[in-house]
Write a protein that binds this ligand. Structure first.
Ligand SMILES: C[S@@+](CC[C@H](N)C(=O)[O-])C[C@H]1O[C@@H](n2cnc3c(N)ncnc32)[C@H](O)[C@@H]1O
Length: 295
């Protein structure tokens, strides 16, 4: 028995979706009818909120070990802030032997130049009037710090749903003001976008805000030639626990797949670890304090 009202007709319901335990129906017929819509939202968790954690996920039923809790597609993929020069299509390190014929950023070749991932910085970099000149390869290159922020900012005028999802993410902007990372981003990202790329359509605050969003919510994806960062609208809601009850993997399309590592009982919080379990306690605490603003 479930109580509540039928999702289809609004009459009193006595059946409930067995997968999420959250959606009610008056009959099997109405449940079948609704499945096309419901399957896109059906999940074994609900989004909750409290003063300490902000938004977090709670199991809406018992979740068995190994069960997939969510598979989430990336909103934004981009290089890490600190990186060597990489191809902006496939993220492999580059030597500068090929550059995008439109904007001048180094790429692997013509195939990678066509990657949809490269569109934001390619179009925005053209506002400069002359091609981008990259001359440092094989060592850390600060020019790349603007790429993932630009890919976020690009959504503002292109995809209002994705932009709204991004803007709901925690940036801790107020706590970042006056810190070293905020000052560095002012020079390497804000000033670079405005002075080198000649892009003036984003305010300092908007750029700093997406830098915060990337630091607080970004998942490092290790499975490429160089690590990259992914932002995921649902997976970003997972809270931190040093002993997480989930595992995470990335599939070939770089969707994030979150599975239960243990039995997660109904009502329990669903957590991942924001730190490397191999680090010592002091390093983990420092990482959480300086990049996630708690702990
Ligand atoms: C990736 S976001 C998680 C989603 C976020 N709560 C929201 O409302 O968008 C990370 C932020 O959530 C909060 N958070 C996550 N786990 C926490 C924990 N174990 N203790 C305190 N705050 C936590 C911190 O504010 C952290 O910077």
């Amino acid at each position: 028995m479930s109580g509540g009202t039928c999702e289809v007709c609004g009459n009193s319901a006595n059946q409930r979706c067995a997968k999420c335990h959250q959606t009610n129906y008056c009959s099997k017929d109405h449940q079948r009818q609704h499945w096309k819509v419901h399957r896109l939202q059906c999940s074994p968790y609900r989004v909750c909120q409290n003063e300490v954690l902000g938004r977090y996920l709670e199991a809406s039923r018992d979740i068995q070990p190994g069960e997939v809790i969510m598979k989430d597609t990336p909103l934004v993929l981009g290089p890490r802030q600190v990186t060597v020069a990489v191809c902006l299509g496939c993220f492999s390190p580059v030597t500068g032997s090929y550059t995008c014929t439109q904007c001048g950023w180094p790429m692997c070749g013509a195939q990678c130049q066509k990657s949809p991932l490269h569109i934001p910085e390619c179009q925005l970099s053209r506002e400069r009037g002359s091609k981008i000149q990259v001359s440092k390869f094989g060592e850390e290159n600060q020019m790349y710090e603007c790429i993932t922020p630009l890919r976020c900012l690009w959504l503002r005028d292109r995809d209002c749903n994705q932009w709204a999802t991004l803007m709901q993410m925690e940036s801790h902007l107020e706590q970042r003001r006056g810190t070293e990372i905020h000052d560095l981003n002012q020079v390497n990202v804000v000033d670079f976008i405005q002075r080198y790329l000649n892009v003036h359509s984003f305010t300092d605050e908007e750029v700093q805000n997406v830098c915060g969003i990337i630091d607080v919510n970004g998942f490092e994806i290790p499975a490429q030639a160089t690590a990259l960062i992914g932002l995921y609208g649902k997976a970003c809601l997972l809270e931190h626990n040093c002993i997480p009850n989930t595992t995470r993997t990335f599939d070939a399309q770089l969707n994030i797949v979150i599975r239960a590592a243990v039995m997660i009982t109904k009502g329990s919080h669903i957590a991942t670890s924001y730190t490397d379990p191999m680090w010592g306690t002091a390093d983990r605490q420092m990482h959480l304090r300086t990049t996630k603003y708690f702990g």
